[in-house]
Design a protein around this ligand. Sequence first.
Ligand code: HEM
Ligand code: MTE
Ligand code: MO
Length: 469
Amino acid sequence: GAPYPVFTRQEVGRHRSLAERVWVTYGGEVFDITDFVELHPGGKSKILLAAGGALEPFWALYAVHSQEHVLEILRAYKVGELSPEEQSQPSQGDPYSGDPPRHPALKVNSLKPFNAEPPAELLTETYLTPNQLFFKRNHLPVPAVDPASYRLRVEGPGGRVLALSLPELKGRFPKHEVTVTLQCAGNRRAEMSRVRQVKGLEWGVAAISTARWGGVRLRDVLAHAGYGEEEEEEAGEQHVCFEGLDKDLSGAAYGASIPYRTAMGRGADVLLAYEMNGEELPRDHGYPLRVVVPGVVGARNVKWLGRVSVRREESPSHWQRNDYKGFSPAVDWDTVDFTTAPAIQELPVQSAITEPAPGATVPPGELTVKGYAWSGGGRGVVRVDVSLDGGRTWRVAELTGEEQRPGRAWAWRLWRLTAPVPPDAAELDIVCKAVDASYNVQPDTVEPIWNLRGVLSNAWHRVRVTVAE
Ligand code: HEM
Ligand code: MTE
Ligand code: MO
């Protein structure tokens, strides 16, 4: 092709603003992307982070760029090449190279950051999900935390700050264990996308798992820092804000918050957990310390916890303010206003079929259907109804697993139904729906609860199978 002018990295580095034009490098090539900055689907501020330098370390963090159509955009802006002696980029390496090894059974929805769910049929094999199979939802690389120098920063009233080491946390506060089901707001999003495409990872039915968590109570730690149960009434609504040690390229940590009463109320079981199913908390799940908020959406269960504070406002984090909210099916990306909807906290009633698998062939005679059911806010599951004929007739499933305390039903029930396969049926349309302690039920179809982000997907779960010898 035509020879391009040759530049040094230093020359490229002089173009780091719209006024001086925005240049970047990729491989050995130089691009002037000034005209693309405003068009960037990921936003102007993000793309400008790479101005004057190499794209690779940024794209390594946002794997959405490793697609041919992205490279095609880039090629249109080529203005030169790097001198050959400068092409061997002092590689900053893959920010995900320090991620822990994972179990091969996991179904990976995104590798970098790592997002994966267990196969549905393994999910209900055990009441407690084995740590290796527990769904994993990371927004960023897994931080490497040195347990010896780790300190949890707790901001107390009047500007006092505690810095608690792991031995201090474990020694000073009583150990507390709670069995809690975590569910991602995006669980079952794939079903929503089948109605109309939504934006987000395509989770199946297994972005939900249950563990016995061990740690200290958040309320004990906050009380030690100087907060009381009365604080709420005196000061108006407050929020307990959490920050993780995982940071994006702008240095912003993953963050979220919960209402003060959720943390401090009588019977509050919110944990700062250092154990999961009797093992040391695994790196993917927040080693060395994470928040476990029973009954509340996964996103508030902040992993790799670095900082706790009590504030008049919710966490300023992107994930608290501009994500994890529900909207009307009428709202699209042109009209959405995240300030108008409350952040998701307690989740609605949920259930799904884990066996048989969609599209399976089952023999005539008897069929066993299995699944899970759970509701947010400590509302127990009182019943699961199952239909083999698309919802015309129903049977009541048998609930298994641990019975839950009223109002503090933090963990799921598993369920099963063994029923005769209707004679002459060539196909079965299996449906399940759960009822919680407030007699909340799941909606029968997805359409009326469709939302652009694909969260809160809890319609009746349907699995079609073929009947054959
Ligand atoms: C998304 C292009 C630089 C962060 C995208 C998408 C394109 C794109 C085409 C949409 C991909 C899809 O959905 O299929 C580019 C080009 C760049 C560039 C051509 C450089 C010339 C950057 C940089 C960052 C970044 C430097 C980060 C610091 C993101 C993020 C998204 C995204 C976070 C996802 C947005 C979302 O899903 O809402 N980019 N990008 N991009 N980009 Fe970039
Ligand atoms: N905490 C931090 N620090 N970083 C994260 O990316 N993801 C959140 C939450 N806590 C996240 C986090 C989301 S959206 C969910 S669903 C849960 O962690 C998932 O927890 P798990 O990976 O242990 O299943
Ligand atoms: Mo999540």
